[in-house]
Ligand binder design. Structure first.
Ligand SMILES: N#Cc1c(N)ncnc1-c1cnn(CCN2CCOCC2)c1
Length: 331
């Protein structure tokens, strides 16, 4: 296997497509009509790069095939979850430059909520619990520690912060103010059900999914909006029993979720990350010469760290799906 690394930069130019959004490791493009040059109003191209982030930095060393592995994993999860929610994927017949790591998706109007659910307590949720005994306003049992399994997954939403800023936790009441009580209840129930299902499936494969972030959208046509319209939406007027609440973005990947090996789970300490522990250990070791408390960017990664990290992503995909990973081609 001669890995080829894709897109060291944020998001490459793509012939016939216009870059609309560029996240830390992914980009969203509008296909252009070859005849008119106009943006396609019904489809978007969601592209995953091989970039990896750690300690709030995007590293300058790509992980070959990471974008492809996570795209294939997300596609597999969309199928596993199809009875819980419709999804936004249209086709994996994408331009050759992004083969295997991009999907055409339906262009939706996205709800302004980062829908997070937690099955295990750690990170920001643990900090809030330590200070208040609750998480997102939900009271939790006493005596929980880092990595404790929660009695049931808890919905812990946050705002969609501007690029580069951290999302801010919000209460369920604030979600109701943002999108109305009906959509708030629906996205809460769907997010919890998705994480519950994800953990039922992952547990059989020796993987724990501690938490996950999903995003939902609604077809503009079902909102009575034209395709190109970007007018303000009165979300509270939307009835989730009438419209389809569509699962968008990526789902249950190691970038949107915390993956732990069940065999290594030990509440009371920081859990090891299934996919990023090799990277974190090297970055925080004297070998890297880097100080994560400094504001300096992390150094270039040595080949063995890159290859071991790549292997973790491939292992997570093959363990979860039971399918061999084939670089560059949709499963
Ligand atoms: N998925 C989706 C989607 C859709 N199907 N329709 C309209 N908009 C979006 C959309 C717009 N922004 N985001 C946030 C996540 N982005 C991912 C890529 O990288 C940038 C951030 C999702």
């Amino acid at each position: 296997h001669v890995p080829t690394a894709h897109t060291p930069e944020a998001a490459p130019q793509l012939p016939g497509h216009e870059l609309l959004y560029s996240g830390k490791v992914r980009g969203l493009y509008a296909p252009l009509d070859p005849a008119t040059g106009q943006r396609d109003q019904e489809r978007l191209l969601l592209v995953a790069s091989d970039r990896i982030s750690a300690y709030d930095h995007v590293l300058d060393t790509p992980i070959p095939d990471k974008g492809s592995v996570l795209t294939q994993m997300s596609l597999w999860w969309f199928d596993q979850l199809a009875d819980l929610a419709p999804h936004h994927v249209i086709s994996t017949d994408v331009p050759e430059q992004v083969a295997g790591r991009a999907v055409y998706v339906r262009r939706l109007r996205m709800l302004p909520v980062e829908c997070v659910a937690r099955a295990f307590l750690t990170g920001g949720g643990l900090a809030e619990y330590a200070a208040t005994g609750t998480v997102s306003g939900v009271p939790l049992p006493e005596g929980l520690v880092d990595g404790s399994r929660l009695p049931e997954p808890v919905f812990t939403p946050s705002t969609k912060a501007p690029m580069g800023e951290h999302d801010q936790p919000i209460s369920f009441a604030e979600v109701e103010e943002l999108v109305g009580p009906r959509l708030a209840a629906r996205v809460r129930d769907l997010t919890v059900a998705i994480l519950q299902r994800g953990n039922e499936i992952a547990a059989d494969r020796g993987i724990l999914i501690a938490d996950t972030k999903v995003e939902f959208g609604i077809d503009p046509a079902q909102l009575g909006l034209g395709d190109g319209a970007d007018e303000e939406i009165d979300w509270a007027s939307v009835d989730p029993d009438v419209v389809d609440v569509v699962l968008a973005d990526e789902v249950l990947t190691p970038d949107s979720s915390r993956f732990w090996r069940a065999s290594e789970w030990a509440p009371g300490r920081t859990q090891t990350s299934y996919d990023k522990q090799v990277l974190r250990d090297w970055l925080t070791s004297p070998a890297s010469g880097w100080d994560k408390a400094s504001d300096t960017p992390p150094p270039t990664l040595p080949d063995d760290v890159v290859e071991l990290t790549r292997a973790r992503y491939v292992e997570a995909y093959e363990t979860l799906t039971g399918r061999p990973f084939t670089a560059g081609t949709p499963a």
